[in-house]
Design a protein around this ligand. Sequence first.
Ligand code: NAD
Length: 317
Amino acid sequence: MRRPDQNRGARMTVHFQSVTVLGAGTMGHGIAHACAVAGIDTVLYDVDLGAVDTGLKLIRKDLDKIVSTGELTEQERDEVLKRIQRSSDLAFAVQGAQLIIEAAPESMDIKRGLFRLLEQRVGEDTIFATNTSSLSITELSAGMDHPARFLGVHFFNPAHEIDLVEVVWGTSTSDVTLALVVEFVEALGKHAILVQDSPGFTLGRLGIVLCLEAIRMVEAGVTGPEEIDKAMGLVYGHPVGPLKLADLAGLDVQMETAAYLHEALGSEVFRPPELLERMVAEGKLGKKSGQGFYSWDEDGRSVEDGQSDEGGPSDEC
Ligand code: NAD
């Protein structure tokens, strides 16, 4: 079992003071939120500036909720928001970044393309991290000039709330990179677990099996989504059931992850069910499209039970 070289990390006393998050969607805006709350200057970049603005609105909304509980003052909220710069200009976004966290779509080509492009534009100490749920860290780093500075930093959704991050090392990731990123995760107030690069890492691999089996049961008419989710809560203590989690993560993301694991691990348990493929083809992507196994209103509440997803942990199912 690999352990980060904590002494080396401590001796270097490097604390990331400037982080760039690439992709402002479900995960990217939550990661930017977590960084800014921890006092880190953060750039939130997306190819679509509208996505950055939506992400910033969501961050403000989440911070307002904390203000309403009295845990944060309005002034502190404004300071957090000031720490986040918006950008759709890649060169500007990565200039001076000590750590770049990529949260772009789950595509080997998009992610590889981004990292190759960025290597030419950043300093020698910049560390690259990917928030991929399932793609191989070692494969993603193929073709990079400095794969020692590359690793996975897998946040869970909502990234600003969930206290666990999988820190995933590929065959070339250096001990220094690992130690610095573990230190960064801890600076965000989160726990890091070290994971060797393998398909689906730990929780993704376990969770997707539960998700796909739940979808197969709905497809076969065994029972409904709400019943499954309620049962998992009452009996196994899951704060959010597998089908609501799938809606929160995005059914398109789930389908891509399942297809990848099906191929990578060669097991039929990961084959995407027809129902999932059909829902994605129909644009029923879960919370982000307003419809999935549940119907979602503009405030992020599932219409069926009138409850917001707020406060409950969630991730790819
Ligand atoms: P998303 O679709 O919500 O957001 C992706 C964003 O990336 C979009 O705003 C899109 O405009 C932007 N984008 C597209 N091309 C880009 C590029 N070339 N450079 C920068 N941005 C680009 O996706 P998401 O759910 O936030 O997932 C992002 C990553 O995080 C994926 O790798 C996914 O597997 C992983 N992940 C997702 C979850 C989850 O629950 N959704 C959990 C953990 C990890």
